[in-house]
Write a protein that binds this ligand. Structure first.
Ligand code: PBG
Length: 331
């Protein structure tokens, strides 16, 4: 008996496949993470992230212009300071590199894009942890919350529209929301990096921000073994007032992403992190993988799993491509 049910009918040609594609990506769904470094005369390439650089203020401005022209939804800023200390003073200093870059870019481009900032201490501390340390060397959750409140005010005052809380301290969303509201920053949104796993995929990022970290972040970032806990973290952040929640990394955590997307009543984002970028670029540079198909497939999978927006280092390139043809058209 020949089959009567033939799913292949809908795969017979490129136009047919494009017509029935279940997942489409729009440039506005892509957010570009960017590194702005203090004390540079010119942009400095990040060797483990080919094509990505630590920016000067000027090169960051040109990059943001390109992102806007390509239709990218927004930018996420990370600061790379020249000086670090135990409490990460540069993070709350209005003249610290991240706050300076935010002010500079928000003044220029704040009407044309959404300027967002990473709210975490790790780039600013000499020990490289995301929080301040207690006398026994552990990361002190509640003392860190006070530092995050200070960072939130500095970033909001500098013009950041969305604060990306990536430090994985308990209660950080509630604490930062209260600090923002008390200071009148009612319209500054909070993106909770809610389900953030202690991942080997952050390796290249550590080079990107000249991280000083010795050891690991396993007492605050999540254990990759835990799926249910990812949903719990996201629901806690929503209950604490997060405007957006995120799952990070993306590709290896699509199960968590799908769980969060099914349960969330706020937007759900995903971060395609430095290692996800580096692995594709490295394999492609060796001729072992089709780079463009790999990028398209990875982004499609992340959106298919439930991400409304993806932070990706390929944001500009992909937005440019989508603007001309659309991911579906290439399949
Ligand atoms: C913390 C932070 C990290 C990343 C984004 N925010 C590093 C970490 O948690 O160790 C990683 C992003 C990436 O790998 O692309 N400030």
């Amino acid at each position: 008996m020949p089959p009567t049910l033939r799913p292949r009918r809908l795969r017979q040609s490129a136009p047919m496949r494009r017509l029935v594609a279940e997942t489409r990506i729009h440039p506005a769904q892509l957010v570009l993470p960017m590194f702005v470094a203090e004390g540079l005369d010119e942009p400095r390439p990040i060797s483990s992230m080919p094509g990505q650089v630590q920016h000067t203020l000027d090169s960051a401005a040109s990059e943001v212009e390109r992102a806007i022209a390509a239709g990218v939804g927004g930018i996420m800023l990370f600061g790379v300071p020249t000086e670090k200390d135990a409490v990460g003073s540069g993070a709350t200093d209005p003249d610290g590199i991240l706050n300076r870059a935010t002010r500079f870019l928000a003044e220029r481009f704040g009407d044309a894009t959404v300027v967002q900032t990473d709210l975490c201490l790790d780039e600013f501390t000499d020990h490289g942890h995301c929080g301040v340390l207690a006398s026994d060397g552990s990361v002190d959750n509640d003392a860190t919350l006070a530092r995050y409140a200070g960072m939130a005010l500095a970033q909001a005052e500098a013009g950041s529209r969305i604060l990306g809380l990536s430090g994985m301290m308990d209660g950080q969303v509630e604490h930062v929301r209260a600090a923002l509201d008390a200071a009148g920053h009612l319209d500054t949104a909070i993106l909770g990096y809610s389900a953030k796993y202690a991942s080997a995929l952050y390796g290249p990022f550590r080079e990107a921000v000249d991280s000083s970290l010795q050891g690991d972040r396993k007492t605050y970032q999540q254990d990759p073994a835990n799926r249910r806990e990812g949903l719990r973290e996201a629901l806690l952040d929503i209950a604490e007032g997060a405007d957006i929640v995120m799952v990070k990394p993306a590709s290896l955590y699509l199960d968590v992403l799908a769980d969060v997307a099914a349960a969330s009543d706020v937007p759900v984002w995903a971060y395609q992190v430095s290692g996800e970028y580096a692995m594709v670029e490295a394999a492609a540079a060796n001729g072992w993988i089709d780079r463009d198909r790999m990028i398209a497939e990875s982004l499609t999978s992340i959106v298919r799993a439930g991400a409304d927006v993806v932070l990706t280092y390929w944001a500009i390139e992909q937005a440019q491509l989508l603007g001309t043809q659309g991911l579906g058209a290439r399949s």
